[in-house]
Design a protein around this ligand. Structure first.
Ligand SMILES: *Cc1c(COP(=O)(O)O)cnc(C)c1O
Length: 430
């Protein structure tokens, strides 16, 4: 077989991947409809009919709730805002702990800190990279108030055991489904299984409106608290809205505009088609890769469907003694687009290492109300830490790519395995 491009051989691919474009004529017409109406947002932060926004927002929420078979959908300006509103609606505050995965986008955990609560990191399952329910159970303390579960890369987390723990310990379960719209867990859509679930409409996600998010719930009280946090709760309550509890009823402006809602409505109609194509490409690639020794294709658990926000490949070091970093250098030299893992475990971020968040005294982690001692030391989540060594991921398993593009990925892996002797041996760990 040919030499690797990394060592001056021919490249497999010479053209960049085309843009991932999900919008078209429908979105253009929808935006024009809003512009012609002239009302770009109808929200008012007061106790009147505009507390719930304008016609596009209301229609989007209704359509989203119908598609995901939930009672309530609340549109916000990002999934990060949605997570913040969901943690807030849970009533979490200073002194409380929220159990979360360290292997997620930073916004998941910022939502916890934003409510003055303390993130407690539990380790991930080495096959799906989702929170391991046993690690969650070991992390529960008398201060635990919620579990924030992420469906990473588009594969549903183990919800059944999470719900069982939540029932036993009286905890709220929030799902971050930003990467998993339409993924199913035993027939139920990811994001609709816990008390609240959050979706993203950011431009990099399966469907998008530039920036946007949706929080779903079946609980009327939580829906109302989410709407209040979205839209100036304290002012709305002052102007006459009755609430059961003032806890966390501080409102912000997390509102989505009519323009984004109009685009999001078109995108929701395209979701199933976009997902099907993604899954078709991923299944094809899996078939192409799974016979290559040492290459581990994504796990799909029985009863689950995967929607492949990222396609993740892990390497068996016994068979392919290459670090993920070397692997990515070699693959990208061939013209592909791979990343080493996804993120470093979030507790290794400076804010956790220095325990400085709000103010200079370390709140909420070193708050006088906090009687626990969450650890952010290297080594607390060994599975998550190992991913940097053995996991490579890519976003290119999606339309407009074709089976021919998937064949190039297979060719690159075959070439790599064939040329493995070209790399200097990996140093044994000290
Ligand atoms: C993208 C993403 C978010 C944040 O979404 P935004 O809409 O960009 O705020 C949160 N969690 C996960 C897992 C994500 O992938």
């Amino acid at each position: 077989m040919a030499k690797l491009a990394l060592f001056n051989g021919p490249r497999i691919r010479s053209t960049p991947y085309p843009m991932h474009r999900t919008t078209g004529k429908e979105e253009k017409e929808a935006v024009l409809r809003v512009i012609e109406r002239g009302v770009l947002s109808a929200f008012e932060g007061t106790n009147n009919e505009y507390f719930l926004g304008g016609p596009e927002i209301k229609a989007l929420e209704q359509e989203w709730a119908y598609r995901f078979r939930v009672n309530y959908a609340v549109a916000v300006n990002s999934a990060t805002s949605g997570l913040f509103a969901a943690v807030g609606a849970s009533g979490v505050g200073p002194g409380d702990e929220v159990i979360v995965t360290p292997f997620t986008m930073s916004g998941t955990v910022a939502a916890i800190l934003g409510c003055n609560a303390v993130p407690v990191f539990a380790d991930v399952d080495p096959d799906t990279f989702n929170l391991d329910p046993e690690a969650v159970e070991r992390s529960i303390t008398p201060r635990t108030k919620a579990i924030l579960v992420v469906h990473i890369f588009g594969h549903p987390a183990e919800m059944e055991p999470m719900l069982a723990l939540a029932r036993r310990h009286d905890l709220i379960v929030i799902e971050d489904a930003a990467q998993a719209p339409g993924a199913l867990y035993h027939g139920e859509p990811a994001g609709t299984i816990g008390h609240m679930g959050v979706f993203s409409l950011n431009c990099n996600k399966h469907i998008q409106c530039g920036e946007g998010g949706i929080v779903v719930t079946n609980n009327e009280g939580l829906a109302q608290r989410l709407r209040l946090i979205r839209n100036h709760a304290e002012a709305v309550i002052a102007s006459g809205m009755n609430v059961e509890s003032l806890v966390n009823m501080l409102g912000f402006n997390l509102r989505m505009t009519e323009l984004e809602a109009a685009v999001a409505r078109c995108q929701l109609k395209k979701l199933q088609g976009l997902l099907s194509r993604r899954v078709e490409l991923a299944d094809y690639l899996t078939t192409q890769l799974q016979s290559i020794p040492g290459v581990r294709v994504p796990t799909v658990r029985p009863g689950c469907s995967h929607v492949y926000y990222r396609y993740a490949i892990s390497l068996d070091p016994e068979v392919i003694p290459l670090s993920a970093a070397d692997m990515v250098r070699a693959l990208n030299a061939e013209g592909l687009d791979f990343y080493v893992s996804y993120v470093k475990p979030l507790y290794l971020q400076p804010i956790f290492q220095h325990e400085i968040v709000f103010g200079s005294r370390g709140c909420p982690i070193k708050c006088p109300w906090y009687e626990g001692k969450a650890s952010y030391a290297r080594g607390i989540c060994p599975n998550a830490e190992r991913l940097e060594e053995m996991l490579v991921t890519t976003e290119i398993v999606r339309p407009p790519q074709t089976f021919a593009d998937m064949d190039q990925i297979q060719e690159a892996f075959l070439k790599l395995v064939d040329n493995i002797h070209e790399f200097s041996p990996v140093k044994p760990e000290p």
